[in-house]
Design a protein around this ligand. Sequence first.
Ligand code: NI
Length: 196
Amino acid sequence: IAITFDDGPRRETTERLLAGLAERGARATFFLIGKQIEGNEDLVERMQAEGHQIGSHTWNHVRLLGVTEETIRQEVGQTEAALESLLGGEDYWLRPPYGIIDDAGLRWAGSPVVLWSVDPEDWKDQDTGRVVGSVLSHVEDGSIILLHDIYDSSVDAALQIADALSGQGYCFVTVEQLLQAKGIQPQDGTVYRCAK
Ligand code: NI
């Protein structure tokens, strides 16, 4: 299973999440908003050091629909550049805000594009119990789960989900590791929702 977190980093919540994931030996994937990296460099470095995958969620959390190549270059390219200067030249995958990207955007993305198969809409009521229940009832082998590490309720939910599913024999890996485990070769400009 790949558990993924959008819209961070946010110190008040992301730091606690990282500590909880480390305690459990669980890997995750973080899609970061570029403009929130500044001031949180230590958290981003910690993500990398602790084996999490890091990707881009654009610089300003924009809708990648009907945008120009120049906008993509700014929104995605600027975020990748910030990550590269902080962490080194890796391959930073893209999660488009709202899960929205058009064909032109896919062509210009320059990386695999990650959506999800399990979405408990954790932002809606920020109710930990409901979010945990929703994920546990929809999850299966190869799922990609969408959460947001900017809510305390989602951090609590993520750690409860990790405990419950570890007990069922699931293993928490990055999206890249999940695809690899299923023999899927990631391609630039291709959308991945799960690994089956
Ligand atoms: Ni988002």
